[in-house]
Each structure stands twice: as structure tokens, then as C-alpha cells.
Design a protein around this ligand. Sequence first.
Ligand code: MN
Length: 230
Amino acid sequence: MDYCVSPPVVKSLPVKNQKARFPVNRIFCVGRNYAAHAIEMGKDPSREAPFFFMKPTQAVIDASTPQSMDYPPMTNNLHHEIELVVAIGKGGQAISVADALSHVFGYAVGLDMTRRDLQGEAKDKGRPWEFGKAFAQSAPIGPISAVADIGHPADATISVTVNGQPRQSSNINLLIWSVAESIAQLSQYEALEPGDVIMTGTPEGVAAVVRGDVMHGQIDGLGEITITVR
Ligand code: MN
């Protein structure tokens, strides 16, 4: 196939205990999925229907080894959001909650990096969130653990430290919308495809990082990621 310009490189993540890599298709993110985070953002933590936003595939950083990310332009308030990441292995539309987990290939730990000032401005003005959320290198994600190896984690500590100091610490059992419920809801709106990933939302404790900071994120049983802001 001849292309008139260079086609984008396929973004992919390594899979533990497998040679083949997981190609990342689309990145869906769940908003406000832990009550304590909804409260810290000034929102009602009641169980309203989940909502979603997206990041471009090119936002992914393969964080299977310690990596750096560039401090993005046009912000003075770059926040970390540590999240459980779901890798979709089997596509489908209007998936039932009961069937949802059969569509999952595996899980990883990731960071939904956020230009909080731009997101806040977008909220105030009723504008899209893209410039706050969907920028280059805004989705560092660790290696994927396959369901075949680890099953479906539902109770595990999720945390991130910055320069060794605790920032966020919670448990994925506090997700307002479970992984299965999130897949079911999302697939009502959009047919899921193999390679899609879902970032499931962040617990409380989001805060700013600056150049030189080292973020260390972890989900027990899933591994860890280390990202230096440069
Ligand atoms: Mn998030």
C-alpha cells in the first residue's frame, strides 16, 4: 500500500508472559468513578450514569520500563490520575453486564494525565475537555496482565506517590461503576473493538506535578509504573 504521507505508527503495549504485544486502538476514559474524587472535584458522588471521554491512541506511553514524559504546553497545573486500565480483547455492542468481562483481554496500571486548568476552563465555558485531557503523552500505561494469568482483579490497592511521598491511595473495590458495568454502559453508545482500552477513573488525591517530579503508580497484583516529568 502506498500512502501520500507516512501513516501513524501502531501504538502497542507488552503483555506479561507473552511475546505478542497488545495494539492500542481507542482510549475511553470514565469520568468521576470514585465517590471521594467526585467530592474533591466539587461534584455530587451519587450514582448518576457514568460518562466518558477519549484520548487519542498516540497519547500512550509504553511504561513497561521507567519512562519520561514531557511537561505539556499551555498549562500551569498538570495533574496525575492513577487508574485501573482495561484492555478489550473481543469487540461487541450493547454488551450485557453478565457478559462484559468475557470481552476483557487483560488489565494494567495507567496514568490519566490532566491539564487541570484547561479542563476547568472547558467546564466553566461548556466546551469540550479535549485540551485538558487528550494531549500527547497523556496516557502512560504499564504492561498488560492477561486475564488468563490473573483473572479479573476487583479488590486491590491502587496508589501513586510523587518523589516518594504518598499522593493517591485507594482500592479498586471502590469504583462506583465496576469494570463490567462500565463496559456494558459504554458499549450502548459505541461498538467496542479489540484493542480498545478503558481507563476506569481515579480515586481522590489528584494533585499537580512539576518538571523533575517522579511518579510511581501501583496496583497490587498488576504491577507498577514510574514516570519522570521532564
Ligand atoms: Mn481520569
